[in-house]
Write a protein that binds this ligand. Structure first.
Ligand SMILES: NC(=O)c1ccc[n+]([C@@H]2O[C@H](COP(=O)([O-])OP(=O)(O)OC[C@H]3O[C@@H](n4cnc5c(N)ncnc54)[C@H](OP(=O)(O)O)[C@@H]3O)[C@@H](O)[C@H]2O)c1
Length: 472
């Protein structure tokens, strides 16, 4: 039998679908899985495909054409190291290992060095799009040496999603850049999902039925909010529960899980002193959702307002649309700011326009407005903040009044909208030439002699005041 063009280890949902995708583009693929029965059962279901199932890792490595291209699609963390360790004695210099899982970028940097020192080539590639993306065309965010990317480019470009003929894959940068950008992509995904949930929460309180909600989201998906997440949300509202006959969404318990990429994004933002308050609110909203028992208990004691939402439904839909869109712009502005900051710190040479472009298809956050983000960065690669691209400045100026009204409607009705509010707080802080930090810095100088700069003196001159003593 001829040698395979590509090898994949880890036949869970992502691995299986990626193999089918790669095979469908004319490549022969060898596969290996720790639990052999998973591999053999799955391969047996695809007798007509150019898929070679291998029972041993030795046989798997032997079945691949040189230089070997091996993608690891196993559980992130320790399992990736275990697989790499067992591959090392079997590989030849110049062979390529691709980690396609959701690895922490610092692990990717460590593996890049580890494998590079041994003469192997390593790519840390974020893959987004879930099961369907993996099968039909994901968005792929590969990081590593340009020379290794050049070898992998034909396969990556053929399996990725395409938008306007452009493949949704690009060389992100060296080292851990690919997994880093995938991590921020996931953080942005958290933000998008939470913002949609807050819109839902307001509509629900205003008495919208699941059918009305499905109509709102379907209409939105035909307009400027068009995106995969808005589209699936409309479908969710249409889904009936076979047991009760009601809407399935009403039967789903209100506790959300998370796997960690949102938290990693927050940690990295704090380390880089970049504000990502929308994503922060989204991660915290999941944490609060998971505290179901405590919330149920607290709801018996802590009062909220007895206020109905009186805004007429069509008007409310327009206002919430504006609040959602404005908050979404803020979320992307923050996420891209973090990417730019980290890219500069690491000297990754990131191209934000190209990153936005490869998110337009295949991935969970794919959305029409990513075309506008791509345009904004292509017009001005040095853009300091997405809010200041003329197109987005115009939208924010148009939406800001309704956005405020939605936050106040929600607040007066006791509906938690942490991501809408955090986004608006960022917007108002960022556009404020003057903030109350004059008082804050005075406090710091009072108790810690931290000094302050003066409004009437050049920047960089520091002053200290002998404040009155406080007794007690
Ligand atoms: N699911 C998604 O929608 C999605 C989307 C994007 C990215 N990802 C990322 O893609 C990767 C794969 O995701 P997944 O959902 O397909 O699978 P997963 O549930 O994360 O991992 C299961 C796979 O890992 C293997 N595995 C676990 N521990 C192992 C070990 N110690 N040694 C060797 N193999 C081990 C399992 O083999 P056995 O069969 O032997 O247990 C199985 O093939 C993950 O990093 C995930 O975060 C997932």
């Amino acid at each position: 039998m001829s040698k395979s063009d590509f090898g994949l280890i880890g036949l869970a949902v992502m691995g299986q679908n990626l193999v089918l995708n790669v095979e469908s583009r004319g490549f022969q693929v060898s596969v290996y899985n720790r639990t052999t029965s998973v591999m053999s059962d799955w391969v047996a279901k695809h007798p007509d495909k150019k898929i070679v199932g291998e029972v041993t890792l030795e046989g798997f490595v032997e079945s691949l054409a040189s230089p070997r291209k091996i993608m690891i699609m196993v559980k992130a963390g320790g399992p990736v190291d275990k697989v790499i360790e067992s591959l090392i004695p079997l590989l030849d210099e110049g062979d390529i290992i691709i980690d396609g899982g959701n690895s922490l970028y610092t692990d990717t940097e460590r593996r890049d060095k580890w494998l590079g020192d041994l003469g192997f080539r390593f790519i840390g590639a974020g893959v987004s799009g879930g099961e369907e993306g993996a099968r039909k065309g994901p968005s792929i965010m590969p990081g590593g040496p340009v020379s290794t990317w050049d070898v992998m480019k034909p396969i990556f470009e053929s399996i990725s999603a395409k938008v306007d003929g452009e493949p949704c894959v690009t060389h992100i940068g060296t080292g851990g850049a690919g997994h880093y950008v995938k991590m921020i992509h996931n953080g942005i995904e958290y933000g998008d999902m939470q913002l949609i949930c807050e819109a839902y929460s307001i509509f629900k309180k205003a008495g919208f039925t699941p059918a009305e909600l499905a109509k709102v989201f379907t209409d939105w998906n035909d307009g400027d909010l068009e995106s995969y997440l808005i589209q699936i949300t409309a479908k969710i509202f249409e889904q009936k529960d076979p047991e009760t006959g009601g809407a399935l969404v009403d039967m789903v318990l209100d506790t959300a899980g998370q796997k960690g990429t949102g938290r990693w994004t927050l940690i990295n933002a704090v380390e880089n002193a970049v504000v990502i308050s929308t994503i922060n609110a989204a991660v915290e909203a999941r944490i609060l959702s998971s505290m179901k028992d405590k919330r149920v208990e607290a709801s018996k004691f802590l009062k909220g307002p007895e206020v109905e939402i009186s805004t007429e439904k069509a008007e409310l839909v327009k206002k919430v649309h504006d609040a959602l869109f404005a908050s979404k712009i803020i979320s992307y502005a923050q996420g891209l700011d973090l990417i730019a900051t980290m890219g500069a710190e690491k000297d990754w040479g990131l191209d934000l326009g190209q990153i936005a472009a490869i998110w337009r298809g295949g991935c969970i956050i794919r959305a029409r407005f990513l075309n506008d983000i791509t345009d904004a960065y292509r017009k001005d690669p040095e853009l300091s903040n997405l809010m200041l691209a003329p197109f987005f400045t115009g939208l924010l100026n148009e939406f800001q009044q309704n956005w405020r009204e939605v936050v106040s409607i929600a607040s007066l009705a006791g509906i938690p909208v942490p991501a809408f509010s955090a986004s608006l707080g960022y917007y108002d802080s960022y556009r404020s030439a003057v903030l109350p930090a004059n008082l804050l810095q005075s406090q710091r100088d009072f108790f810690g002699a931290h000094t302050y700069e003066r409004t009437d003196k050049p920047r960089g001159e520091f002053f200290h005041t002998e404040w009155p003593e406080v007794i007690g």
